[in-house]
Design a binder for this molecule. Sequence first.
Ligand code: C2E
Ligand code: MG
Ligand code: MG
Length: 560
Amino acid sequence: MTDENNEKYIYYINRLIGITEREGFDRNEYCSLISEICEHYRLAKGVTEFYPTAMMEKMKNGEIFCDYDNGRGEKVLLSIRIISKARARIIGTLYVETDDPERSAEELEQIETLLRIVVGFVARMRLLRIMEEFGFHDMDGFQSFRAFIRYLETEGAENRLGGKIAFHFDIQNFTIVNQEIGRQNGDKVLKNYYNMIKDTIGETGIIVRLGGDKFIGVFDRALKREVFELFTGAMVPYDEKGEKRVKVASATGVFMLPDPFMLRSPGDIMDKIIMAGNKAKRQSDGSIIIYEDRMKAENDHVKKVMTDFRKALLDEEFLVYYQPKVDVFTRKLVGAEALCRWQRNGSIVPPMEFIPILEMNSDICDLDFYMLDHVCKDIRRWLDEGREAVRISVNMSRKHLVDVDLLEHIMNIIDRNNVPHEYIEIELTETTTDVMFRDLKRVVSGLQDQGVWTAVDDFGIGYSSLNLIRDIPWNVLKVDKSFVPKDDEEEDSIAKLMFRHVISLARDIGLECVVEGVETIDQLDVLRENNCSIAQGFFFDRPLPVRDFEFRLDHKVYPE
Ligand code: C2E
Ligand code: MG
Ligand code: MG
């Protein structure tokens, strides 16, 4: 071969590598180079076959590309077959005309090298596309979370996210849709609903499936009305003709991206839309909740309480405060309620800021046992110090009711501290379901048998039913503070009438009646007028730290 041919060969190699390795592949440039090479080497046709797996090659089920064909290629000149690391098979074959003269070994070697570069390149391109399909779509053909991340990163880099709307939605009651029209049709509904939203969002946004019936995405603010309409409720077809339809609505959390918007990490957006989405789920069908910064603070607080709780319990950061219960006629201290306070970083946190959070799992149960244990220790100490102790009530969350060993647990704590049973009262609130009602009855009866007092707390709010006080052997009924008549209330107001009747009902069936939230002298008078003997409220005392309460214990009578 001539030097000129060698030079050409080197030139082709360099250009081929240049085109195929460069970012941003230029198809026209590539095709014209391939034609030039084929003409130079007098090749008639070049074909590449691509099979993702061995099985697909066997079945001849793959993709075939032809980058050059002058229509006269009949005879195979060269064929190579490579297997990629990912087990894909790529075959490259070059054809020449029937009367093609014998080629020199050197020329064949050059042709083979060039073919290898091309085949390697095609393999890479094909594998990339396959990866795109596998990597950015899920098994059902929906775009996947990775596609969302890629979208955020590319759009974010171009500063194109500002002003857009990000969303997370959950189709509501999709299990019921599945039950009603069958799973297969349910899948169609899912796909069609997704497509309806995808088509509405168009090129400037994205929608991907997170899994199940959960989707996230981003769209242009200009499309807000149309897209929101689909979220709140859409009739989605599930047959070819579009005659069979089912109504689909979502619970959607939305984050309005500020403009300009700096994307630090996709998590910034995810956190917000999920938080708002969770809130939407707790509301009615088809609701859309827009993220506000306040939600983040709430969410952080919840997480912080949950993670700090265990250590705080070990470190004894929870304190028992005692709120006196006072006989309204004699003004004598007759008992107290133990109320929890969290001494945290130098301040005192009230229970409403952490108890509802601890009730989200069963952490509350450990706190209640801790409280009971500390109360027992205090009572034991008072008795040992020769003080005249009073009965102390301890709150037990409803969460305990599923614990079949609750009774044993409570009795263990009391007996371990060697406290006479009559000094302890357990407060439980009303229940909502029949099952809980049965558990409640079992626990209260058990405590009763042991001589421990029981109180129904917050009576009058929630699901009070008369069965609750007829069928369960309580000792004490605690009337909720919302029942206490306000000072400016008319004498014959419904609230006052109810208050009066609840108290006389309790008295008539032999329950001790404690009224919570007594704040004024007038309210105290109402209690007296109605023969209700025990008050608990700010009028006498707020919940007190143990030392202050001990002062009350030692003095007993509140002066007029
Ligand atoms: P609760 O058991 O009904 O306790 C009575 C609540 O009413 C207490 O609030 C008390 O400070 C408040 N209170 C008493 N007198 C007055 C008054 O005159 N006016 C007003 N406005 N409020 C009054 P606190 O201590 O904030 O506790 C709130 C709730 O947290 C309790 O309601 C109870 O449900 C729960 N809780 C407190 N400690 C514990 C505990 O150790 N375990 C469990 N499970 N729950 C607890
Ligand atoms: Mg209580
Ligand atoms: Mg109460």
